[in-house]
Design a protein around this ligand. Structure first.
Ligand SMILES: *[C@@H]1O[C@H](CO)[C@@H](O)[C@H](O)[C@H]1NC(C)=O
Ligand SMILES: *[C@@H]1O[C@H](CO)[C@@H](O)[C@H](O)[C@H]1NC(C)=O
Length: 491
């Protein structure tokens, strides 16, 4: 009988769950399916799973009894309470060393907590980021498992065979302890927000700036799809722009300009603020969606607030489009550099050993941000795993150096036109700040000390007998300002 046992169980037969089961079945694994509404199980076995090796269960006990040991059970249920509920339902039926895998979009602190709670009970727990949507789940997603390291050898083969592949390498690697798998998935989604906003701004520049038609813009994206920007998002943008409604008009021109969001971009931006990391591009991408959402207010403002008079573009349009490709590329490099800076800090704060190259490698295919660009990031981190940031990688330094004049021309032109470029603008400003040994924070510090006696430190090389290195200095800026620093009277 025991060879009739399944390799893995999966709970939650919504589209993602069904597709992941079918994918694991295709890769030669025997899967047992369960859904709380058990009629779903029978329906699945009689339809989508017909003629496969997939088996079903009508209760948690039956599911557990049909699995090889250590038992491996994937949860693909709604993030939040449902995950905790299923862990509770499973626990009494599981044995030491059995493994629960949450493949949903859980917030990483929940996963960190669940790993600990399960390990305290002798179970193993994995929080696994799954990206690629329905298509990815069916044909090969990008998988980001993290949690109980002891569980990895028991799930490695299944997940690495189930994931997307690039040059024979799986888009699935062990990420690290605690909620690190879901954390990396969250940053992935934040970067996705950034990529989408950068592309939307480029489209706007071509449309409102250069005044091109939707078909002309589609052709430009088709060309970019052949170059350094080659990626899933550029490819679908090309297809979207080509797509016509029944009356022959591009459907994109009929879509209401109010962007929705489900929260993972916001989580990334909040996390960056909490950690004090300058992940400005994702922040701007989230805020751009917020601005899009206040449509009525924008419509009212558009009637009363004037921008610059539109000057038809006098330069070489072909050259400008090439510049825009370089600008998009440079801004994208900044966004990924910021994302990795955030993960660098999270690794320190949470005590995770995040492998930079592996993270880039698992994003190369299967997921929404998949691109050739991610192979270049993988190569850079493989050459130097401790790279301070992507902007220190020779490959990206050369790329930005080459793109820089075009990048500045595009930002300047968009600004003159009055076409909003929150993401491109912040990317260039971040770049200029990052490469500045001296920024104007000296003045901020002086202001803080002036009005709040917050003190400051002396610039190296400018020390004297009343301003010494390593000391908190307070200046009596006016006749009435006190001698006491705020830290003194706060104490
Ligand atoms: C059961 O399946 C339905 C979709 O068919 C899904 O919406 C639901 O979340 C599933 N429930 C669980 C917890 O298994
Ligand atoms: C990843 O890169 C950061 C610097 O960006 C470095 O501190 C860290 O050690 C690297 N991680 C690993 C596992 O090499």
């Amino acid at each position: 009988m025991s060879n009739d046992l399944a390799d893995i169980g999966l709970i939650g037969l919504a589209v993602m769950g069904q597709n992941l089961i079918l994918n694991m079945n295709d890769k030669g694994f025997k899967v047992c399916a369960f859904n709380r509404t058990v009629s779903k199980v029978d329906h699945f076995l009689a339809n989508e799973a017909k003629g496969t090796n997939i088996i079903g269960a009508h209760s948690i006990e039956e599911l557990v009894s049909k699995l090889k040991r250590p038992r491996r059970i994937v949860l693909l249920v709604k993030a939040g309470q449902a995950v905790d509920d299923f862990i509770k339902l499973l626990e009494p039926h599981l044995e030491k060393g059995d493994i629960i895998i949450d493949g949903g979009n859980s917030h990483f602190p929940d996963t960190t907590r669940r790993v600990k709670e399960c390990e305290d009970k002798g179970l193993l727990y994995i929080g696994m980021g799954v990206s690629g949507g329905e298509e990815g789940a069916r044909n090969g997603p990008s998988l980001m498992p993290g949690g109980s390291a002891a569980a990895w050898p028991h799930v490695q083969e299944i997940f690495q065979k189930t994931s997307a592949q690039v040059n024979g390498e799986p888009c699935c690697e062990w990420i690290g302890d605690g909620g690190s798998g879901h954390y990396v998935k969250m940053v992935h989604n934040g970067i996705e927000y950034g990529d989408m906003q950068l592309i939307a701004e480029a489209y706007d520049i071509l449309k409102r700036g250069l005044g091109l038609s939707t078909d002309e813009i589609a052709e430009i994206f088709a060309r970019w799809e052949q170059g350094v920007l080659k990626s899933f998002l550029i490819e679908i943008t090309r297809d979207i722009l080509h797509f016509k409604d029944t009356d022959g008009e591009p459907i994109v021109d009929k879509i209401l300009d109010k962007a929705g969001q489900k929260g993972t971009g916001k989580w990334t931006a909040i996390d960056a603020l909490d950690r004090g990391m300058p992940v400005t591009l994702i922040g701007e991408a989230v805020f751009a969606r917020c601005l899009s959402a206040i449509k009525d207010e924008r419509v009212a403002a558009s009637k009363v607030i004037k921008g610059p008079a539109h000057e038809p573009f006098q330069g070489d349009k072909k050259q400008f489009v090439d510049d825009l490709e370089q600008a998009l590329y440079a801004s994208k490099i900044i966004s990924y550099a910021q994302g990795f800076i955030l993960m660098r800090q999270a690794a320190i704060d949470e005590n995770w050993d995040l492998n930079n190259a592996s993270i880039a490698a698992v994003w190369r295919s299967g997921c929404i941000i998949k691109s050739v660009f991610l192979s270049d990031i993988t190569d850079s981190y493989r050459k130097n795993p401790k790279l301070e940031s992507l902007l220190f990688a020779p490959f990206f330094q050369q790329a930005i150096e080459k793109a820089q004049p075009a990048w500045r021309r595009v930002n300047a032109q968009a600004t003159l036109w009055g076409v909003p470029i929150p993401a491109h603008g912040t990317a260039l400003s971040f770049f200029d700040g990052y490469r500045s040994a001296v920024v104007p924070a000296n003045l901020i510090q002086a202001q803080r000390d002036f009005f709040g006696a917050h003190t400051f430190r002396v610039m190296p090389g400018k020390e004297n007998d009343h301003m010494k290195s390593g000391e908190d200095i307070h200046v009596k800026w006016t006749a009435t300002s006190g001698d006491v620093s705020s830290s003194t009277y706060n104490a």
